[in-house]
Design a protein around this ligand. Structure first.
Ligand code: PLP
Length: 376
């Protein structure tokens, strides 16, 4: 029997055992509807209030600035579409390497008539804040930038970007999904809204949140009841929200230890690969979060290597998407200047705070044997 090693934590993570215990307890106990006036409802409401207060305090926001959603995709849609509203005039600035939750949403707005600047990233993998500053126009209504790229882990220069946004008085929405728990970061006052997804930091799936600065004008995208101060209608998933708050707390309180452990393992993984194989390189030359390694195995069929790894119990990922039966190279890697072949030879390995040295050693062993087969 071979081992099982999960190195696809940027896709999703396992539940933290403590988060799981909170989740299952609340699933059984807190099933009241927080909008109901009876005791069941009021008890669930108290849990919801507590979770909101806890999350707000971990990020130094106010409880009224926390909005729970089903996913980060929904939170990003809420902020992007909600700020633009039904007036499809004006200009948005974003990067060319955003996650589809942002990229496709902005493409839709572009079809409706909004003008969009997609800033290039080059081999570094992140935009140049000076180019962002130069792209701002009198009719710019919104800037949307990811804090870290989910495929390469490359960090955006958030302090500079936020400073330009604040100086120009343009709302800045940040996709915070790939940074939380993987780098230290501050939510600069120039950031108007930032979105996170629970399942990327060991909370359940389908629960996320947006932190939205007081005063930002956002139109609701889901209408109905008065939940989330009317901005996101629909009965709140109290057990998942309690689990989410617990996961935020654990992520924050174990941050230094987790960063140090992931960085040590990721760096030694890359060092080992780079010293053993001559035909590889790390994609993304800019500073990165500590858990992500996107490696181009030049001349290797990435899909075949991924399948080989999977057969031997190692889960990694290919940034490529399968569309109409053929494999399309990663849009992000192409934007960074890789050729189609190089992009199709690239795999992403993403660690979590639960990843061990034994797992990394085993993954390396399997990678070497998988590569050897192809280069025979
Ligand atoms: N943004 C980034 C950077 C992501 O990596 C993801 C998910 O992979 C999302 C947004 C969307 O998150 P969710 O699928 O939880 O909506």
């Amino acid at each position: 029997m071979h081992k099982k090693v999960y190195l696809d934590n940027n896709a999703t993570t396992c539940l933290d055992p403590h988060v799981y215990s909170i989740y299952s307890k609340e699933l059984q106990e807190s099933y009241g509807n927080p909008s109901s006036v009876h005791t069941y409802g009021q008890e669930a409401k108290a849990k919801l209030i507590q979770a909101r207060e806890d999350i707000a305090s971990y990020f130094a926001f106010r409880p009224q600035e926390v909005y729970f959603t089903s996913t980060a995709t929904e939170a990003l849609n809420l902020l992007i579409r909600g700020i633009i509203g039904c007036n499809y005039k004006g200009h948005i600035v974003t990067s060319s390497v955003e996650h589809p939750a942002v990229f496709r949403t902005i493409k839709e707005l572009e079809k409706m008539g909004v003008r969009v600047t997609y800033l290039a990233v080059g081999s570094k993998g992140a935009i140049d804040p000076l180019e962002l500053e130069a792209s701002l126009a009198p009719d710019t209504r919104l800037i949307v930038i990811m804090a870290a790229n989910n495929e390469t882990g490359v960090l955006s220069d958030l302090p500079m970007i936020a400073a330009h946004a604040a100086r120009s008085n343009v709302p800045l929405v940040v996709d915070g999904v790939a940074i939380f728990g993987k780098a230290r970061f501050a939510i600069h006052p120039g950031i108007s809204g930032i979105c996170f997804s629970g399942h990327k930091f060991h909370a359940p799936k389908s629960v996320g949140f947006a932190l939205v600065r007081k005063g930002l004008q956002v139109e609701p995208q889901i209408t109905g009841g008065e939940q989330e101060r009317g901005l996101r209608a629909g009965t709140e998933n109290v057990p998942a929200i309690c689990a989410l708050a617990d996961a935020v707390k654990i992520t924050q309180s174990s941050l230094e230890e987790s960063l140090s452990s992931m960085q040590t393992l990721r760096d030694s993984f890359e060092k080992e690969l780079l010293s053993s194989l001559t035909f590889i390189r790390v994609n993304g030359t800019g500073p990165r979060v500590v858990n992500t390694s996107n490696i181009c195995f030049e001349g290797i069929d990435g899909e075949a290597l991924l399948m080989y790894l999977d057969l031997h119990g190692v889960a990694a990922s290919l940034g490529s998407a399968c569309s109409s039966g053929s494999l399309e190279p990663s849009r992000i890697l192409l934007e960074m200047g890789l050729t189609r072949d190089q992009a199709l030879s690239s795999l992403r390995f993403s660690l979590s705070r639960f990843t061990t040295k034994e797992e990394i050693d085993y993954a390396l062993e399997v990678i070497y044997s998988g590569v050897k087969i192809q280069r025979r």
